[in-house]
Design a protein around this ligand. Structure first.
Ligand code: GLN
Length: 297
């Protein structure tokens, strides 16, 4: 490694590549790692795009504070098990980029299936108004707003901190539709408003399964994950009220846990006003998105 001497003090000059390689050999011997994750974290710390970082790997000399910051963030990821997206503050989802922090669930690729399904129904049936309940970062509602003909969108969540993130994402993604956020425990603060379509990815993990989740998932907000003893608390709670908030022939589209289809079907069958339409599988071939028709008026 190159080094030079100023006024009798040894100052080491490290390139990006040297720092990365040193971190790997000092810390990651027994850890399954990908160089890509390291590059993503490094480019986020240095506030540079990955393609530029790659060009600079062997030429850019790092300042000590940059080295410290890269090391701290790699430690957070590999040893504190903080999700990569909370470290970079970003996640791509559908056609958009979202800011995320520890107050919101990180948008998952599986949820893009819900977005696709909602867009098809909205455009085919000329739906105008949508509610995204338990919106979190706003990913579902904002991606649907930006990629469909929907005219009016409400994003609701019980968490004010989550809604701050959703508001930031509305700006970041330049949403041109009539869109607003409402802090509400389910329908509590939504008055008598009615919608053509309600979408929701509510918390749906069984309370008893939370302790066994991956360490990274456990860093996400528990209120975004815990779906009660059977995992299906929110489907029942939402459907119970949703009939007062749906226009005739309206739709509800839920994301569900891979093993929750039968439980959801039996909740739906308790209500005369709803009809199960279909379930769409995710990329891993698990049941993931359920479409429900409101047949009351
Ligand atoms: N899909 C999330 C997971 O993988 C759970 C999301 C939710 O509860 N809505 O754990």
């Amino acid at each position: 490694m190159p080094s030079y001497c100023i006024l009798g003090r040894i100052k080491l000059r490290y390139t990006i590549n040297e720092i990365i390689n040193k971190y790997v050999s000092d810390n990651l011997k027994d850890i399954d790692f990908t160089r890509n994750d390291i590059l993503v974290i490094t480019s986020s710390v240095l506030n540079t795009k990955k393609d530029k970082l790659l060009l600079d790997l062997n030429t850019r000399i790092l300042e000590q504070n940059e080295i410290d910051s890269i090391t701290n963030n790699l430690n957070k990821y590999y040893f504190e098990k903080i999700p990569l997206q909370y470290i970079t503050g970003k996640q791509n989802f559908f056609n958009e980029e979202y800011v995320v922090n520890e107050n919101v669930l990180i948008p998952r690729q599986d949820s893009e299936i819900l977005v696709e399904e909602a867009i098809k129904y909205i455009n085919n049936e000329n739906l105008n108004t949508m509610l995204d309940m338990c919106t979190g970062s706003g990913a579902l509602g904002i991606s649907i707003a930006n990629n469909s003909n929907i005219a009016k969108v409400t994003l609701s969540d019980i968490s004010l901190n989550a809604l701050d993130v959703a508001k930031e994402n509305i700006k970041l993604n330049n949403v041109k539709k009539d869109i607003k956020v409402v802090c509400s425990n389910l329908f509590e603060n939504l008055g008598n408003n009615k919608y053509d379509i309600i979408v929701s990815n509510p918390p749906y993990i069984k309370s008893g399964d939370i302790k066994d989740l991956d360490e990274y998932v456990k860093k996400e907000p528990i209120i975004a994950l815990d779906g009660g003893v059977s995992g299906t608390y929110f489907y029942n709670a939402i459907l119970k009220e949703a009939k007062r908030h749906l226009n005739s022939n309206g739709l509800v589209i839920f994301e569900i846990g891979y093993d929750e289809l039968e439980a959801l079907k039996s909740i739906i069958s308790k209500y005369n006003e709803y009809r199960y339409i279909k379930c769409v599988k995710d990329l891993a071939n698990n049941d993931r998105v359920v479409v429900i028709r409101y047949s009351g008026n």
